[in-house]
Design a protein around this ligand. Structure first.
Ligand SMILES: Nc1ncnc2c1ncn2[C@@H]1O[C@H](COP(=O)(O)OP(=O)(O)OP(=O)(O)O)[C@@H](O)[C@H]1O
Length: 319
């Protein structure tokens, strides 16, 4: 099987007064989860609809599972797509089970698989109730179940965790992990950045229809060179400064805080400071030899920090 699930070469989408997507080239591998992030109107839905073949590109080439998504012959392999739109809606009078059986039939799959998915998204107890009686989270779970139909090889999810409770969110990621390990490529778009981080392989940040960043989080962190936050308990600020040989300057210090720690019996005062990735190891070596050291935490820039950085960097250069 081709290792590349999605490939875009110079793909763009122009509306009469708006460039929704400037020429974009990128690819997603089989078994890879790509997080797609950007502000409202950044072009995320446009990109997803182009890949699905719902929209016609103004230029460029798209291959999804090896085929042009808008070709007449695309029907067979399009059953290997799974898609959760941003605002999923169903026939309100039908039950959840009836909806999923119907959609399974359209995709060429049996009722047994639909029933299994109702269990997997924990909708089985409500499966025989009309959709009009469902809560927001239940509708979302039904939306996910229809996206998972047929063990897709390309899964495109627009805001999949909206309305889900914490357990349903965890269950959702377990299913994503299962499909991923079976070679499914996943494009996951979300405005909720905390929580997504540990489930994506790479992130792409869009703004005003342009790609601002694309890469593994470690690569994006390295390129952004944002400060790493270090918290130290057991040592005074003076001792930390002396031990780290002047690496930490006055402007690096952050507000100290008193916190509970699993490694300490009681709460402790944590002195906090910023440092660069280059200095991280030197600081760790120097502080770890001090017998007064009680605890030490390192906080890498989060996905949210990176998102803010790339957006503000772009806005600075765009003016
Ligand atoms: N049919 C259309 N006609 C004209 N402009 C459109 C059309 N569809 C989208 N746009 C414009 O294209 C741009 C990108 O829209 P898109 O829906 O892709 O954004 P998005 O990143 O998905 O936003 P959100 O996070 O709000 O869902 C926006 O400026 C939007 O107004």
């Amino acid at each position: 099987m081709n290792d590349i699930a999605v490939e875009l070469k110079g793909v763009c989408k122009y509306y009469p007064n708006i460039n929704a997507l400037h020429p974009l080239s990128m690819s997603v591998k089989a078994g890879e989860v790509l997080g797609l992030f950007g502000h409202n109107g950044a072009g995320k839905s446009t990109l997803m609809k182009l890949i699905l073949g719902v929209l016609k590109p103004s230029g460029g080439e798209i291959l999804a599972l090896g085929h042009c998504p808008r070709s007449n012959k695309s029907h067979d392999y399009r059953t290997l797509f799974g898609y959760l739109p941003e605002n999923v809606s169903f026939y309100e009078q039908l039950t959840g089970r009836e909806v999923l059986h119907y959609l399974a039939k359209l995709k060429g799959h049996g009722k047994a698989q639909a029933d299994r998915l109702l269990e997997e998204v924990n909708l089985a107890p409500a499966a025989d109730r009309a959709v009009k009686t469902y809560s927001k989270g239940m509708r979302q779970r039904l939306g996910l179940a229809q996206a998972f139909l047929g063990e897709p090889k390309l899964l495109i999810l627009d805001e999949p965790t909206v309305g889900l409770d914490p357990v349903a969110t965890q269950d959702f990621y377990l299913t994503v992990d299962r499909l991923k390990s079976g070679g499914c490529a996943v494009i996951l778009c979300s405005h909720v950045l905390p929580g997504v981080e540990s489930h994506i392989d790479r992130a792409m940040i869009l703004s005003k229809g342009r790609k601002l960043a694309l890469g593994h989080l470690a690569e994006l962190r390295e390129a952004a060179n944002l400060p790493i936050e270090v918290s130290v308990a057991g040592l005074s600020r003076l001792a930390i400064e002396e031990k780290t040989n002047g690496i930490i300057t006055e402007s690096d210090w952050l507000q100290s805080s008193t916190e509970n720690s699993s490694s300490l019996a009681n709460s402790a005062m944590y002195h906090r400071f910023n440092t660069s990735a280059d200095n991280k190891l030197d600081i760790l070596r120097n502080l770890s030899t001090d017998s007064d050291l009680q605890d030490l935490h390192i906080k890498l820039p989060s996905l949210e920090d990176l998102y803010r950085y790339y957006l503000s960097d772009f806005n600075k250069t765009a003016v």
